[in-house]
Design a binder for this molecule. Sequence first.
Ligand code: ASP
Length: 448
Amino acid sequence: MGIRVCKFGGSSVADAVQLRKVRAIVDARPDRLFVVPSAPGKRFSADEKVTDLLYRADAATRKPDPKGLSFEQIFDLISERYRKILADLGLGFDLTPALAEVHDRIQGGAGADYAASRGEYLCGLIVAKLLDRPFVDPADMILFDASGRFLAEETQQRVADRLTREKAGVVPGFYGALPDGSIKTFSRGGSDMTGSIVARGVGAELYENWTDVSGLLMTDPRIVERPRTIPSITYRELRELSYMGATVLHEEAIFPVRIAGIPVQILNTNEPEAPGTRITAAGQEGVPAGRVTGIAGRKDFTIIALEKTLMNAEIGYGRRLLSVLERHGLSWEHMPSGIDTLSIILKSDAVDGKLDQLLAEIREVCQPDSIEVNPGIALVATVGRGMSHQPGTAAQLFGALAAAGINIRMIDQGSSELNIIVGVENTDFERTVRAIYAAFADTPASRS
Ligand code: ASP
């Protein structure tokens, strides 16, 4: 029997009602052997995540809390969350000693990472009890080096050894340990990473990532009303969309499962029957060919456009331009070029305060005939693995933008033919996303 690893996000473990759903989901299949819980998240929009409370509690041991509470008052809020969950679940389990230890160690200065990690740790103890499975502490197997860099291969070995012995278990998300045994967390949202590591370690057949949305949406629901769900997407497409602002999974969480070729299924704890979204490597079974998978974008880029007669014959022109950026520690996003033109696209906040200096240096080393700056550019990426096999995608895209009267300031198609990026004025951003969505929402890749 293949193994499934189930990671549950903060809203899936926010209270007893949600935790009962978790139990029903895990009990529904015998292959759901390993469970990775986050810390309890928000129960309502004005609520505070336990992780945020823990960061506040730690900070309050050193300086006044911004909301005016003492360390003890913040810690009481945290204890109360867990005590209520336990009481509502009716579990005969005493969390008092664990809470007391966490209290004393945070108060004793164990640090922000230790404090934050206890959200998952305490939740893991409860989930292990609820599911009647062994609790496995990731501090014993998820390893970082002394500088805080995650040690993927060493971890993989340890996780494989340890969890193969356990056969089933609950592994709290978000943290591991430094060589001296002290706790180290991943960046925020890092329980996704733990789930991915556990899936790779046990050689899972599927990594189920349970959230509060029924999969990835084809575009941002704040811009397009009720966009379609993406039934399947490749790791590479997801990376392109995440980079442009679509968020569902922690950015790095893809890497462990991707190395091992394990698919990820994004599922909804509140709607467990919905198929969700499957993330796989290209070419794996169940990936239908189609044109557009998703559309994502971001505002606030700056285009610096240079023009110079016979630029194409001038050896080293691009290098000189890029060396100016390098001196300023700037990374560029895109660099479309023509025969005598070259444009650089950078994030506007990255050039804030240094633009004048930058332009002066570019003028000096590149001697352009003209240099034009436009700071208010939005980029919109249309991503689809099937684009390279179907002529007409670009025509359809540009046709839709022309019909909507949108002026395109820049076009870049990655060499993988996986996406087409257009630059438009910030003020045209939402209209651009809507026009592209309307043009492609009915293509086969997006039909669910
Ligand atoms: N609890 C952590 C956070 O809020 C990690 C996670 O939920 O994935 O960022």
